[in-house]
Design a protein around this ligand. Sequence first.
Ligand code: SF4
Length: 200
Amino acid sequence: MPRSKAEALLAEVRACTACAKALPAGPRPVVQFSSRSRLVIIGQAPGSRVHESGVPWDDRSGVRLREWTGLDGREFYDPAKVALVPMGFCYPGAGPSGDRPPRSECAPLWHDRILASLEARRLILLVGGFAQARYLPEARRQTLTEIVRHFAEHGPLFFPLPHPSWRSGIWMQRNPWFEAEVLPALRVAVRKALSEGDRQ
Ligand code: SF4
């Protein structure tokens, strides 16, 4: 059976070595998508644990993101429903204070082609400041807290979120509106995106 555009593109991504010289652990793109993905989650870059396992969001941040979105593991890892497309697909290595930022070559090289290959895209979650800087240029003068506070201004296509790292627990305590107002709206938007796909 001939491969779809998205399948051919996924094979191309997995063979990418464009910035190999800058990757201390070597290239290992960790992405998930299919032409039928309806929800796109754009995060930052894999950490060392995800680099080892090759499974996207296979860490505490992934557990928290699934809690936030209301997705169970079966849905989250189903490429017919969810595309997992970080700003950098390979582990960028450790820096002086945590992991290095996603490689800047990666999103310009791949994102437009991947998004164009999705037929049923309904909602894009922008998880963290790197994704928001690329997709919400009008929000560049705002802090992440302000962008998330005004999430409704970026719908229905985009939904900005903080990165669900351990730091987000402290941030949530300082910003109780996130749990009270944003997470319920997020779960509704995610369910709507997936159910619209079910009707196609
Ligand atoms: S980070 Fe992106 S551009 Fe660099 S090797 Fe991995 S897939 Fe290619």
